[in-house]
Design a protein around this ligand. Sequence first.
Ligand code: AHG
Ligand code: MN
Ligand code: MN
Length: 370
Amino acid sequence: MPLSNRKTLTQYLIEQRRRFPGASGELNALILDVALACKAIARSVAFGALGDPSTRQLAVANGGDDLGGSTNVQGEVQQPLDIVSNEIFIRTTEWSGHLAGMASEEMDAPRQIPATFKRGKYLLVFDPLDGSSNIDVNVSVGSIFSILRAPTDVVDSARDVTEADFLQPGAAQVAAGYAIYGPTAILVLTVGDGVAGFTLDPNLGEFKLTHPDIRVPAETQEFAINTSNSRFWEPPIKRYVDECLAGRTGVRGKDFNMRWIASMVAEAHRILMRGGVFMYPRDTKDPAKPGRLRLLYECNPVGFIMEQAGGRASTGRQPVLGVKPSALHQRIGIVFGSAQEVERIERYHHERMPVEVESPLFATRGLFRD
Ligand code: AHG
Ligand code: MN
Ligand code: MN
């Protein structure tokens, strides 16, 4: 089929909306604004070391500079493009009247919609640039977003949003997606009816439906984990990885490949395309950080996409989407991808910790059965 005959993102969203005859179209409009942000970020990323002349002012005005970055609330180095991407998200979405507020990896507290704009019924949570430490080495990066309903009293009173308004479990997400800026820019989206992928047509600047019903293969022979952390892993993860490494000579009876891009969006995309399992589990490296990835704007959206694609996302102990968040920038252990592998890893956790839930008892070894 020639590319020109493919559905656009707009067409896909309108067709999805027909499932809900009462829908106002606000969610679709918001998703299209987010898609516009992703196109703008794709463009900025493509300038690389040249620097995008159209966004340099944005970076400088927001605390970055042309050469280096600043530091975000989590003490991580912000690349100039982290800051630019954050500003692009804000500017393309805050004016629309669809948002009650937003939150981002790059902002300490929730961002209020300025009084000059109408406030709406959705909350937008995002990681404007995931994997940004890979920018300098020209490896794929991405943006991740999650859309939640604002609590009714926020909508009714149009009051300012608070951190608590965002602390909803992933199961409450209305839509989620990511854009990957690789050899091509691809937007992957779920509005709760499967997962679809759209490739950015560089001629038209439009996202076109190229991956209509993405399904994660249930079985895999590929796993992804940062093995430099292996001495900090908990026993169930050690067991799983050891069994993969033993390959056909071990209990799995087959050889595995390992991958690590250090860009979760890129790992999630590979897994959606050809299966696999990704692990950034809870470990004992830093007791203040039970996991590396952030629940609200990394784990929940990717978890929603995986589940909608027939895969699975888990903390090892419970489904990611069932975790009640306790803080905006909360980190959590995550395992996602091919359902059978994630189930196996969950089983290994449950065999050691039959009654455990995500709790402040983290790292209390007395809970282990053996
Ligand atoms: P971010 O660039 O938004 O801070 O996220 C980076 C994350 C994630 O994309 C990746 O999987 C992980 O950090 C890489 O961690 P290591 O540095 O341990 O490899
Ligand atoms: Mn990230
Ligand atoms: Mn980021």
